[in-house]
Design a protein around this ligand. Structure first.
Ligand code: NI
Length: 172
């Protein structure tokens, strides 16, 4: 079932999310709903607070090649274990900040630990778009948006545009 994606500015997008204690069927269903919502958007990552649930859960799939098999990835309690010194700049966007983009510098490679959909502990290294995306989504769990990495003026400009967009949508 698709869920509604919260739009910035929203106080729920600024909260530090709580760790997931037990993998219930309800949480698995939430993860499946988030994947469906993400693919439908379409996007390459989504964090639970973006659908109004303040739990440490993200989903992502950064496979972009035409015809390549999808790689739906569910991470409960994701944690960055190590980052490279080498950085990468990507033009990032966010499903909670539609049509706004900005260049963000992040470590080019990260090692991440998480609990998968089946409750197994996993560790893996990510690079390229996957590294950027997983860091962007984990930021969400700490109440941080990609615009928080931008210069204040740019951030304020995007936020003003979003306030206007939300007002227009509320009227429609
Ligand atoms: Ni985002």
């Amino acid at each position: 079932m698709k869920r509604d994606i919260l739009l910035h500015p929203d106080p729920r997008l600024k909260k530090v999310c709580a760790p997931v204690a037990d993998l219930s069927d309800e949480l698995r269903r939430l993860a499946d709903d988030m994947l469906e919502t993400m693919y439908d958007a379409p996007g390459i990552g989504l964090a639970a607070p973006q659908v109004g649930v303040l739990s440490r859960l993200i989903v992502l799939d950064c496979v972009k090649e035409e015809g390549a098999a999808p790689r739906p990835t569910v991470m409960f309690n994701p944690e960055v274990l190590a980052v490279s010194e080498k950085t990468n700049v990507y033009e990032e966007g966010c499903l909670s900040i539609p049509e706004q983009f900005g260049e963000v510098t992040r470590p080019a490679e990260v090692e991440v630990a998480w609990i998968d959909r089946e409750g197994r502990a996993q560790t893996a290294g990510f690079d390229g778009l996957w590294a950027t995306c997983v860091q962007h989504e984990i930021d969400h769990l700490n109440g941080k948006l990609f615009i928080d990495h931008l210069k204040p003026l740019r951030r304020q400009m995007i936020t003003r545009k979003m306030v206007k967009l939300k007002r227009e949508r509320a009227r429609a």
